[in-house]
Design a protein around this ligand. Structure first.
Ligand code: DOR
Length: 435
């Protein structure tokens, strides 16, 4: 598809571009950035809007196969497109889990039929995610997985983790670890601290995460395998990763929009809608995460989109499922950091595009607006105000602590490989079919 996007503020962290101008798409690829192009069959007037590389989410849950009542590849990628994501990497805690090349093949088939954006599957580190035996990792890689993780659970056995890192060193992909020492986390349900004591809930201490981060860093140093720390939530983890990066250890990290913008207090206000693993922490942790993201100690923002049914999230808090449906509120939530002066817009875009693309070696495919790359583009209005209504989510997961919140910053148009895959209802004003 040929498309001309006119007069937008084009930001491409890879190329260091931040300019008002036009962007031309030909045959599904970025053709040129500049001005004065001849009209294309479809013209988008992006005056006053930001034109960014399509966002890449390296950590989400699409639930298919096995939990289609929570989400499917069709509904999840529809939600991703609404959130401005053109590439999403889906975690393997499905049923069956993605622990064999055959399951990878099934997901790829479903993706071709049902997905509206690019889906890159993540394979299990261990068979059945049970932590005991490594999967056939090189065959899984050949079948198309982009990384390995037992997300939802850590790789608790240190010897298995060491073997996994040795293996991925030869495969050139990361292990994404859900860092949680199960002997410390036990059956905790929220951050451990004064609030958990007051509410009478079992807490998950910061040390549960930090012990595992420290172990993973040590094993990455020893093996040279790339470890990627999922959903970092504590100041102590940021400090450990900072030191490891200074030493040149192959470690990267991600943080979620909810850990950057909410504290444990959200549990008081929103109950199980704010129950997530790792838990929302204290303000000092949030401040350290924002700082670490700005410095590049944390390389990427990942949603950990975790849709659940209403039943999963209703009733006794301690028994409710962990997780937040995150695709559709990610940008609006994150823009609060920009509007409050805590983060500049280019850094935010970089951590949603270039950061994840580098971690996953995707830059030849997506993550920038360089000429010849896939025309994966997100156009958003940084100042549009809207109220979160989960009933309007494309995701089946209506679980969010942001229901009713007023956000400033809205995705208006998502283009995947040159095709418009999402257009906000207000966006008919922006589109002109040319002569
Ligand atoms: O809150 C979470 N939900 N954290 C995880 O690690 C897993 C996820 C899920 O699968 O629901």
């Amino acid at each position: 598809m040929n498309l001309l996007i006119r007069n937008g503020r084009i930001i491409d962290p890879l190329k260091g571009i931040d300019q008002v101008g036009d962007l031309l798409v030909i045959g599904g690829k970025i053709a040129e950035v500049g001005a004065g192009f001849k009209p294309a069959p479809t013209i988008v007037d992006a005056t006053g809007l930001i034109v960014s590389p399509g966002f890449i989410d390296l950590h989400c849950h699409l639930r298919q196969p096995g939990f289609e009542e929570k989400e499917t590849i069709a509904s999840g990628t529809g939600a991703a497109a609404r959130g401005g994501f053109t590439t999403v990497c889906c975690m393997p805690n499905t049923n069956p889990p993605i622990d064999k090349p055959e399951v990878v093949g099934q997901i790829r088939e479903t993706t071709i039929k049902a997905a509206v954006v690019r889906v890159l599957p993540i394979g299990c580190v261990t068979v059945g995610r049970s932590g005991v035996k490594l999967t056939r990792m090189s065959q899984m890689k050949a079948a198309g997985v982009i990384a390995f993780s037992d997300d939802g659970s850590p790789v608790a056995d240190s010897d298995i983790m060491r073997q996994a890192l040795e293996t991925v060193k030869t495969l050139g992909v990361p292990i994404i670890d859900h860092c949680e020492d199960p002997t410390l986390a036990k059956d905790g349900v929220m951050n451990e601290g004064a609030l958990s004591v007051r509410l009478g809930y079992r807490g998950i201490p910061a040390a549960a995460e930090e012990r595992m981060v420290a172990r993973d860093i040590q094993l990455a140093r020893e093996t040279g395998g790339h470890v990627h720390i999922a959903h970092v939530s504590t100041k102590g983890s940021v400090d450990l990763i900072r030191r490891a990066k200074k030493e040149g250890i192959p470690v990267t990290a991600e943080v979620t929009p909810h850990h950057l913008t909410l504290t444990e207090e959200a549990v008081l206000a929103h109950g199980a809608q704010a129950k997530v693993n790792p838990p929302l922490r204290a303000q000092s942790d949030v401040d350290a995460l924002i700082l670490g993201l700005g410095e590049g100690i944390i390389d990427a923002i990942a949603t950990d989109h975790a849709p659940h049914t209403i039943e999963d999230k209703t009733g006794n808090f301690a028994r409710c499922a962990f997780g937040i449906s995150g695709f559709e509120t990610a940008l609006g939530g994150l823009m609060t950091l920009v509007h409050s002066g805590k983060m500049d817009l280019t850094t935010l875009i970089s951590r949603l595009t270039l950061g994840p693309a580098r971690i996953l070696n995707l830059l030849n495919l997506s993550g920038s607006l360089q000429v010849g790359a896939a025309a994966d583009i997100t156009i958003f209005d940084p100042n549009a105000e809207w109220t979160v209504d989960p009933e309007k989510f494309a995701s089946k997961g209506k679980n969010t602590p942001l229901a009713g919140a007023k956000l400033k910053g809205k995705v208006l148009l998502t283009v995947f490989e040159g095709r418009i895959v999402y257009r906000d209802e207000s966006c008919h004003l922006l589109l002109n079919q040319a002569i």
